[in-house]
Design a protein around this ligand. Structure first.
Ligand SMILES: [Zn+2]
Length: 295
């Protein structure tokens, strides 16, 4: 019975100093804007600004998590934590998604309450437009910062696309502010809030489902388990694939274990290395293969 396990953690390079600095800059910049927008929202009686501040707070939190995940991804295995703290990235992602759903839910509740009592609405259209315009500038700076590295990392690319979408959202809020100022259509303020909450929910739903599935060790969405099983079976000399398990070690890494029934003991090393190649091509980082000889 042969047993092989190799670790190729070349993808787990510790976060580069530049990328870390870019994230810290983007986090500080956006956190300052959240404080400004929330303050403006309360003073101009604008639910859409307060809602957008809630949305941006979630964004800042996500940027912090992405940075934290980079650091966790390179954590070394310890005596009692044989995986390091990599799986913590999944738990954090799940908690983040739950937190976002709660924020979006409270925005929706607040918006509906205001819509049912329009006399309570006194939003200042000018303040809304000016604040959202500042938001566009902050977004543009963040997009420029993150675009330097976006080709090298999937998380950073995700953050980049998100910031770009947020720019469009802010443009919408600027226009809504002008409409409120010119037409006095105050209901537009809670309507814009609802749109922001809907946008945030739509964005997080996939993350919520994916991180929940990852926390119960489902095969990550980017991995095709059937294809991997087929590719292992197609290696010459493999009679049967048993006990195939594929699970996420972190939000970015995947592990696999399998038992292979083979008939030729002379080809164990050859078959194992071919199977490992197939598995790697399927997007799995770590594989442990056990060989069982056919009776
Ligand atoms: Zn956002």
């Amino acid at each position: 019975m042969g047993h092989e396990h190799n670790h190729h953690h070349h993808h787990l390079q510790s976060i580069t100093g530049d990328l870390k600095k870019i994230y810290i800059c983007a986090i500080i910049l956006n956190a300052l804007f959240v404080a400004f927008e929330a303050w403006m929202g309360f003073h101009s009686d604008s639910l859409s600004l307060v809602s957008d501040a809630g949305h941006k707070l979630v964004d800042v939190f996500s940027l912090c998590l992405t940075l934290f995940a980079f650091i966790l991804a390179s954590s070394r295995p310890g005596k009692n934590f044989t995986f390091g703290f990599r799986k913590l990235t999944v738990l954090i992602s799940l908690l983040n998604a739950v937190f976002v759903v709660i924020i979006a839910g409270s925005i929706i509740y607040e918006s509906i309450e205001k819509m049912l009592d329009p006399s309570s609405l006194t939003p200042d259209g000018t303040a809304i437009s000016i604040t959202a315009a500042v938001g566009i500038v902050i977004n543009a700076i963040s997009v420029t910062l993150l675009s330097y590295k976006r080709r090298h990392d999937v998380n950073t690319r995700g953050a980049f696309i998100h910031m770009l979408t947020d720019c469009l959202l802010s443009i919408g809020v600027v226009i809504a502010g002008f409409i409120i100022k010119w037409t006095g259509f105050v209901l537009l303020d809670p309507i814009v809030s609802l749109c922001i909450a809907g946008f945030v929910l739509a964005n997080i739903l996939g993350v919520l489902i994916e991180s929940f599935k990852m926390s119960i060790d489902a095969v990550p969405e980017r991995i095709d388990a059937v294809k991997i099983k087929d590719s292992i079976s197609s290696v010459k000399g493999v009679a049967e694939v048993k006990d195939l398990h594929i699970w996420p070690v972190s939000t970015t890494e995947t592990a696999l274990t399998a038992r292979l029934v083979i008939d030729d003991p002379a080809r164990i090393a050859e078959i194992t290395s071919q199977v490992k190649e197939q598995v790697k091509a399927g997007g799995v980082d770590d594989s442990t293969i056990e060989i069982q000889l056919q009776q």
